[in-house]
Design a protein around this ligand. Structure first.
Ligand SMILES: [Zn+2]
Length: 196
């Protein structure tokens, strides 16, 4: 980070390293978080908080660094004729709400009705939830994304997804009401009855 002092007392920060090359986005993100701490009335250069911007950025990336392509293989394998729902209840997840950049977390339940004899390894569905949770998003869109990804990749007769989550943007700010569960649903395909 290159800091330039102007005669009027202002400082300009440029994301350049000592060779004049632009630093990667980590520098920008850390600086933004340093400014955020100042905005909250803290001293980000003091000994207590000096490493906080770097840690906070790493944490945010771990929670929400988005991968555009879901390259998870959904290899299917044949099973004996099976004509009903296969259901996984309450897969835990955590994600970041795109309105407030605050976490929401809870559980995803997935059910699919295989087409023909095509079934998938159950852990693939757990990995899909983990994959799709890592981005800034709304719970409603998260629910639809999971259902559509399974419907597209696995091509089952039907899929149903239920997401239950607590939002820290409701628990810690605004109405400040911890413990409220928000439930969303999405269904794709046709089925004689739905599991939820
Ligand atoms: Zn929110």
């Amino acid at each position: 980070m290159l800091r330039i002092f102007l005669s009027n007392g202002w400082q300009i920060f440029l994301p350049l390293d000592c060779n004049g090359n632009f630093e990667d986005a980590m520098g920008d993100g850390e600086d933004a978080l340093r400014n955020l701490l100042r905005d909250l009335g803290e001293n980000p250069d003091g000994p207590d908080l000096a490493k906080t911007p770097g840690r906070a950025l790493a944490a945010l990336r771990e929670i929400a660094a988005k991968s555009d392509e879901c390259d998870l293989p959904m290899a299917t394998f044949p099973a004996m004729a099976y004509g009903d729902w296969i259901r996984l209840d309450r897969i835990p997840f955590g994600s970041l709400c795109e309105h407030h950049m605050l976490p929401f977390s809870g559980a995803v339940s997935i059910a699919y009705w295989p087409a023909g004899d095509r079934i998938v390894g159950l852990s693939k569905l757990v990995r899909l939830v983990e994959w799709l949770s890592k981005r800034l998003q709304l719970q409603e869109h998260f629910t639809v994304r999971i259902a559509c990804a399974i419907y597209e990749k696995l091509q089952p007769r039907a899929v149903a997804v239920r997401v239950e989550a607590e939002h820290s943007c409701m628990a810690l700010r605004g109405v400040r009401s911890p413990g409220i569960l928000t439930t969303t649903y999405h269904r794709c395909g046709e089925a004689p009855r739905w599991p939820f």
